[in-house]
Design a protein around this ligand. Structure first.
Ligand SMILES: C[S@@+](CC[C@H](N)C(=O)[O-])C[C@H]1O[C@@H](n2cnc3c(N)ncnc32)[C@H](O)[C@@H]1O
Length: 194
């Protein structure tokens, strides 16, 4: 327990030392290092982007020739270079014509405000993932990738099944930086089918 806490604190301390907006950055970093999700020049949509660590990471990876758009219900305090655009809004209300039409990557670290009831939290998380997948269906280029956070629950097998028909490969990961008691995991859709 104490060892686990030290391990988790390590990510928090490292995020602070390196000027990252949140420790969540190490989850995306681990996923990207394993599956090479982000490349220079990519157009990326980051849903649930506050406080901004995934935007910082994606902005650096895509570079000035790329474009990253982040959406969150909450405003962000961090400032970003011009190729990283932050918008405030609800993912369920975004209209696709307000978004870049041909995405290389869609990220979603969206999390519902938890109620403490695991079944309800998992259902709300699954609804966020389904929304992200619906946006990916419309906006992601063939060959594009998606990274989606979900809380474990009864809807997850059906989501994975649906992803398997839309992507060349679907991977699951519980990153090292995920807290011990969290039920989160990440679904990674590689190579969207045409
Ligand atoms: C775990 S945080 C994301 C952390 C972020 N990836 C980072 O690295 O800084 C989850 C975010 O999802 C956002 N969120 C939840 N529901 C949303 C929705 N319907 N539309 C947009 N954002 C949402 C929350 O406001 C919260 O800021």
């Amino acid at each position: 327990m104490a060892r686990q806490r030290r391990h988790q604190d390590h990510f928090g301390r490292r995020a602070k030392r390196e000027g990252k907006a949140a420790r969540s950055v190490f989850k995306l970093e681990e996923i990207d290092e394993r599956w090479q999700i982000l490349s220079a020049g990519d157009t990326v949509l980051d849903l649930g982007c506050a406080p901004g660590s995934w935007l910082q990471y994606a902005g650096t990876k895509v570079g000035l020739s790329g474009h990253v758009v982040g959406y969150d219900l909450k405003p962000l305090d961090v400032s970003f270079p011009a190729h990283v655009e932050v918008r405030q809004g609800d993912a369920f209300e975004i209209t696709t014509d307000a978004l870049p039409a041909r995405l290389d990557v869609l990220l979603s670290d969206m999390a519902p405000s938890t109620m403490g009831d695991h079944t309800t939290d998992a259902l709300r998380s699954a609804a966020l993932v389904e929304r992200a997948l619906a946006l990916a269906e419309k906006l992601l280029k063939p060959g594009g990738h998606t990274v989606l956070k979900v809380l474990e629950g009864g809807e997850v097998p059906g989501i994975i099944k649906a992803m398997r028909s839309g992507y060349t490969k679907v991977e699951l990961l519980r990153p090292d930086a995920t807290r011990k008691h969290s039920t989160e995991m990440f679904l990674i859709g590689l190579g969207k089918k045409a």
